[in-house]
Design a protein around this ligand. Structure first.
Ligand SMILES: Cc1cc2nc3c(=O)[nH]c(=O)nc-3n(C[C@H](O)[C@H](O)[C@H](O)COP(=O)(O)OP(=O)(O)OC[C@H]3O[C@@H](n4cnc5c(N)ncnc54)[C@H](O)[C@@H]3O)c2cc1C
Ligand code: SF4
Ligand code: SF4
Length: 442
């Protein structure tokens, strides 16, 4: 794909919008919908073939245990259908230039799907026909996908995409597609877009668990991340059951290691990731529902249950039988039978101990997904020492560049309600800025 993208051609048309929103997670969708409802024309740009961000991969949300995709999918559909929102998925912002007050020039690369979006009906027959199987990114490798695939059943847009790097060009999908939608002649195009404001909503990426070598992720098959567990518990889950990866057995004894890559100077991230305690407590409760005979142990330093209803949620997990062990985990190793040994310091007893689990889940922290900041030319968006976008403490959606706003996990780890709140605030501030610019121009 890289070679193909290098030959991207400039698209002739000049497009213009009131705001370009970068990132189609819950923050970007919410900000776009708020601006669009106020009558502004928004271009929502998402790097992946579907919008939804992390939220539509989740099982349920703490502390209400509402189904995450039941909340996310109507928003995804609304963002895709809103007459004031143009949605570009599978697209990358290549360059952002501030020309003047309230005038940005944004170059956006639209990658070829090799599928004609207006013809594709999302029937999935091409997937059945394709002989190539590779690990599925959205399930973090827990299952495979074909070289032509629909990202998830709930994807928006529900359109196929050809992963050209793994495609063997056998043409089976093309022959099978009843709509004639497969199109290997598609080319990448770079569009130059004029916008009066920009909202950065590129969210977070999980801490790369393999960097914490002592925890064995990548070497020990039954050490997984919390995002993998989210997928195992989600309605669109891989096996329709919680199974451990090495042998497909139902785990009877699961350990959670909190602060895996957070509050850890040795891992380069001294900060608390804010959501890991709560999502682990949530997953523990869901596991006790899915596997009623299972034991769940959570190794923690402190439990940070700071929000409304969080303490009660934590106490509920305790009363359901989730075991909380206060201890810093030093090392995790795989045993020949696939089980996993956790070595830790029991802080309350002041002793080194170990315990064996069928499956261990690393509650990985959140880091900023801030690649897009490199695309800004002539201006630098200020970040903190970890790379999260710095915002004005008195106006926490405003960046140092006039007309550029930020919302969601790109400004710091946070949960979904706070993300939504921030996105609505960013839309409001952006609307006020647009009004001010309009007033000056008239
Ligand atoms: C394991 C886990 C469980 C969680 N459980 C809960 C829970 O139960 N309850 C809760 O409230 N919160 C939970 N969270 C937190 C929740 O996921 C976040 O609050 C939420 O996803 C933040 O949304 P966002 O839109 O800011 O970022 P994201 O969801 O990360 O979305 C960002 C989007 O931007 C796109 N993007 C990135 N860079 C670019 C670019 N350069 N160009 C275009 N697009 C780009 C990404 O592809 C993505 O679609 C959990 C998090 C994790 C990791
Ligand atoms: S490309 Fe064709 S076969 Fe594949 S999902 Fe779309 S319409 Fe169906
Ligand atoms: S041409 Fe590529 S995507 Fe289509 S079936 Fe063959 S390998 Fe799969």
């Amino acid at each position: 794909m890289q070679k193909i993208l290098e030959r991207a051609e400039a698209a002739g048309e000049q497009l213009s919008y009131d705001a370009v929103v970068i990132g189609g997670g819950i923050a970007g969708m919410e900000a776009s919908l708020s601006l669009a409802d106020m009558g502004y024309r928004v271009l929502l740009v998402e790097r992946e073939p579907t919008i939804g961000g992390k939220m539509f991969l989740l099982s349920k949300v703490f502390p209400t245990l509402d189904c995450a995709s039941c909340i996310a999918t109507p928003k995804m559909a609304a963002a895709a259908r809103h007459p004031n929102i143009t949605l570009w998925t599978y697209s990358e912002v290549r360059r952002v230039r501030a020309l003047d007050r309230g005038a940005f020039e944004v170059d956006i690369l639209r990658k070829p799907r090799f599928v004609n979006e207006s013809l594709c009906t999302g029937c999935g027959l091409c997937e059945d026909a394709c002989p190539v199987v590779v690990p599925k990114e959205l399930d973090f490798g827990l299952r495979g996908r074909k070289a032509v695939y629909i990202p998830l059943d709930t994807a928006v847009p529900r359109k196929a995409v050809v992963d050209i790097d793994n495609c063997i060009l056998c043409g089976q999908c093309e022959r099978r597609c009843p709509a004639g939608a497969i199109d290997f002649t598609q080319k990448p195009r770079v569009y130059r877009v004029r916008a009066r404001a920009v909202v950065i909503a590129t969210g977070c990426r999980p801490f790369p668990a393999e960097l914490k070598e002592a925890y064995g992720y990548g070497r020990t098959p039954n050490v997984i991340t919390a995002l993998q567990m989210e997928r195992l518990l989600a309605p669109t889950r891989p096996y329709n059951a919680v199974l451990r990866p090495s042998d497909g057995r139902e785990p009877g004894n699961i350990g959670y290691v909190l602060c895996a890559g957070s509050r850890d100077v040795t891992a380069g991230n001294p900060r608390c990731s804010q959501v890991c305690c709560m999502y682990s407590i949530k997953q523990a409760q869901l596991l006790l529902g899915a596997l009623p005979l299972a034991d769940v142990t959570i190794y923690y330093m402190d439990v940070r249950a700071y929000g409304k209803g969080f303490e009660e949620f934590y106490q509920r997990a305790r009363s359901m039988g989730v075991k909380f062990v206060r201890g810093r985990v030093a090392r995790i190793e795989g045993l020949p039978n696939g089980d996993v040994r956790v070595m830790y310091e029991d802080v309350e007893e002041g002793r080194l101990k170990s315990a064996v689990h069928d499956l261990v889940v690393l509650a990985v922290g959140l880091l900023p997904d801030n690649e897009v900041l490199k695309a800004f030319e002539g201006v630098t968006i200020h970040t903190d020492e970890l790379g999260f976008v710095k915002v004005d403490p008195e106006d926490p959606v405003r960046t140092n560049v006039e007309g550029v706003f930020a919302a969601g996990c790109i400004t710091g780890p946070k949960d979904i309600p706070d993300t939504i709140l921030e996105a609505a605030a960013a839309a409001m501030r952006c609307a006020a800025f647009l009004k001010e610019v309009e007033a000056r121009q008239t």
